[in-house]
Every structure is written in structure tokens, then in C-alpha cells.
Design a protein around this ligand. Structure first.
Ligand code: A3P
Ligand code: MG
Ligand code: MG
Ligand code: MG
Length: 317
């Protein structure tokens, strides 16, 4: 069955399993207790742990083992070799093959870029350990986003610390969302935003949404993957009017949210591109909305001066 499936179906079926194995690696590093934290940012704080390094190694090795010429772009430049190679695949994904439209079924390996965030929410991991607040670990996700000709077409969000055994939320364009039942409405409009990268432009954008009755309350949580899970679970929107978030943070969440009828664009409403030679930063910020609110209302309510501070940069890295 695996060999007869289309390339995209096989890649998603593999990626679901690979994300779960990466989640296991993260949990093992946490249990072992030595995170070996490195700060990647001169003059700022952008932590990387042994879990980020091992999880990315496993994801890239596992996918490259099966798909030799696949273009993969991962967050981490430094990785740590580890023995786990995942060659399994999800039967649930294979069973979806007949739902794919012919364009998706004809996707070729050479037109695909896989965007990998081996551990989204690293700051929350560091804080969880420092403050012995293990509840923060719920905000950790493994993100594998699949882009075809620059557009996010499929995504996997694995949440290792959800409940006892974690969960994997995944989607292929037009084929629904799996692993979660998205909320259809909520009486209250909760807007989620960054916990660790607040800035003046982020605060001003949130204030503008409050004034237009598009944000009844603000919740600050970590990770792009977790924030999109919050939107699927009943928050109205995820707003980040700042430039630090990268393509590997948004590719999988965008594919998953859009398959649920929501939207993820930059704060000016422009679609984000995921071509292999694209600028890594989402320079236009991030705006994600649930299926039950109007994306354009949120776009239109963010003031032009904030949008003008966050232009789209489509040039090469
Ligand atoms: N100014 C910035 N510098 C570096 N990374 C940033 C950033 N703003 C956002 N990010 C990244 O975007 C993701 C979500 O951020 P936030 O939790 O602040 O919303 C995190 O991914 P990682 O945890 O994978 O590094 C975070 O590092
Ligand atoms: Mg991230
Ligand atoms: Mg990361
Ligand atoms: Mg990081």
C-alpha cells in the first residue's frame, strides 16, 4: 500500500511517525536532565537545547533515508547525532490517499521543500526546567511543514506533552484535520500571542484589536505550533506583529489551520511563501485566525503604521 501511494501521501505518512519519534527523543533528553543549553543570539536570547539538536538530526536522517533527494530546511545549524532512525509510516495517512485531488497526487519530490522545527517552544523548555514548572511543556511541539511550489500543502504538529502520550495533529490541503476536533465557535474572542518576544508593535496591534472588539482577552503562550493548536481549540486568533518568527515556525501550522477552514498569513494578509530560496524570517509578522472569525476583519484592524514597519521581504536569505 505504501509503495502505491502518491509521493505527498507517503511523505506525510512518514513525517507523522518521524515527528512522534522526535517527540520521544525530546522527552528522553528532558528525563535525562542535562539540556546543554546554547544561546544562538549575540546580544539577545535564542536558546537551543540538546533536545532541539537531537530531534532535528533524527528528523532529517529519517526523511533523507527514505527520500534521498528531498530538500529539507531545519531550524538548527548544529545537530547531535543520535541512533534513532524512523522508517515507519502512518496507515491513517495512507488511507486518505483517495481524498487527495489530482494536483496533490501528482506532486513530485523535486518541487517540495520540507520545513522542520524540531522543537518549537525552546524558551518554554528552558523556563520549565529553571522554574520547575512542568505545565509549560505542553507548549512544546515538533513541526514538519510540507511546501509545494512555495505554498504550504501539508503539515504535522506533534505535541509530546499533551496528556499522557502526546498527540499528533496533521493535515493535507483539502482533506480535513486529523488528531483534533477544531472548535466551531466561541462566545469569547481570545487572542493568543508571544510569551517571550513581546515588542511595542505586538502590543500596539493587540490594543487595536481590543478597540475593534476583535480581542476580548489576550493570552501569552509560547511556540507557533502551540498557538495554532490554541486557535483550533477555540481561540479566535494568533497575532505576532513582529519579525522574528521563521518559515519553519509557520509552514506546518499554516497547512493544518487552513485545512480546518482558518487562515494564516502575515499581518497585512499576504500569503507566506515557502520556496527553498526564500528569506527565512516572516518579515511581515504572523496573523492566524480561526474558521469562525473573519480573517480580513483582523487584517483591516491592524494599523497601517504597524504594517508599514513589517514589509514583505521576498528576496533570498
Ligand atoms: N525575535 C525572535 N528571535 C528569535 N526567534 C523568534 C523571535 N520571535 C519569534 N521567534 C521564534 O518563533 C517561535 C515562536 O515564538 P513565540 O513563542 O515567541 O511566539 C519560537 O520558535 P523556537 O522555540 O522553535 O525557537 C521563537 O524562537
Ligand atoms: Mg519555532
Ligand atoms: Mg525550534
Ligand atoms: Mg529556536
Amino acid at each position: 500500500m505504501f509503495n502505491r501511494a502518491s509521493f505527498l501521501t507517503r511523505l506525510v505518512a512518514s513525517s507523522v511517525k518521524v515527528s512522534e519519534t522526535a517527540g520521544g527523543i525530546i522527552k528522553n533528553v528532558m528525563t535525562a536532565g542535562d539540556l546543554k543549553i546554547v544561546n544562538k543570539c549575540d546580544g539577545g536570547y535564542d536558546p537551543q537545547t540538546e533536545a532541539d539538536r537531537r530531534a532535528q538530526y533524527c528528523i532529517v536522517q529519517s526523511l533523507q533515508n527514505r527520500y534521498k533527494d528531498l530538500k529539507i530546511i531545519g531550524e538548527e545549524d548544529e545537530t547531535t547525532a543520535c541512533p534513532e532512525v524512523e522508517l515507519g509510516f502512518s496507515e491513517d495517512v495512507l488511507n486518505l490517499e483517495s481524498s487527495l485531488n489530482s494536483e496533490l497526487r501528482n506532486i513530485k519530490e523535486e518541487d517540495v521543500v520540507v520545513w522542520v522545527d524540531p522543537l518549537d517552544g525552546t524558551s518554554e523548555v528552558a523556563l520549565a526546567v529553571k522554574n520547575k514548572n512542568l505545565a509549560l511543556l505542553e507548549q512544546v511541539t515538533v513541526l514538519i511543514g510540507i511546501a509545494h511550489k512555495g505554498r504550504a500543502v501539508a503539515g504535522i504538529i506533534h505535541q509530546p506533552y499533551f496528556s499522557e502520550n502526546g498527540r499528533t495533529v496533521w493535515a493535507i490541503n483539502g482533506c480535513g484535520v486529523h488528531g483534533i476536533t477544531p472548535a466551531q465557535s466561541n462566545a469569547k474572542k481570545v487572542v493568543v500571542t508571544t510569551r517571550s518576544h513581546l515588542s511595542e508593535s505586538v502590543s500596539s496591534a493587540l490594543e487595536a484589536l481590543k478597540n475593534k472588539d476583535l480581542a476580548d482577552s489576550i493570552e501569552k503562550v509560547g511556540g507557533a505550533g502551540y498557538k495554532v493548536l490554541k486557535v483550533l481549540e477555540g481561540s479566535a486568533a494568533y497575532v505576532f506583529a513582529s519579525a522574528g518568527c521563521k518559515k519553519w515556525d509557520t509552514c506546518a501550522p499554516e497547512a493544518v489551520l487552513e485545512a480546518a477552514g482558518g487562515n494564516l498569513t502575515d499581518i497585512s494578509g499576504r500569503k507566506i511563501r515557502y520556496d527553498s530560496n526564500i528569506q527565512l524570517n516572516n518579515t511581515g509578522g504572523v496573523l492566524a485566525t480561526a474558521s469562525w472569525v473573519k480573517h480580513l476583519d483582523y487584517v483591516n484592524s491592524i494599523p497601517d503604521d504597524i504594517k508599514n514597519q513589517l514589509p514583505e521581504v521576498a528576496s533570498k536569505k
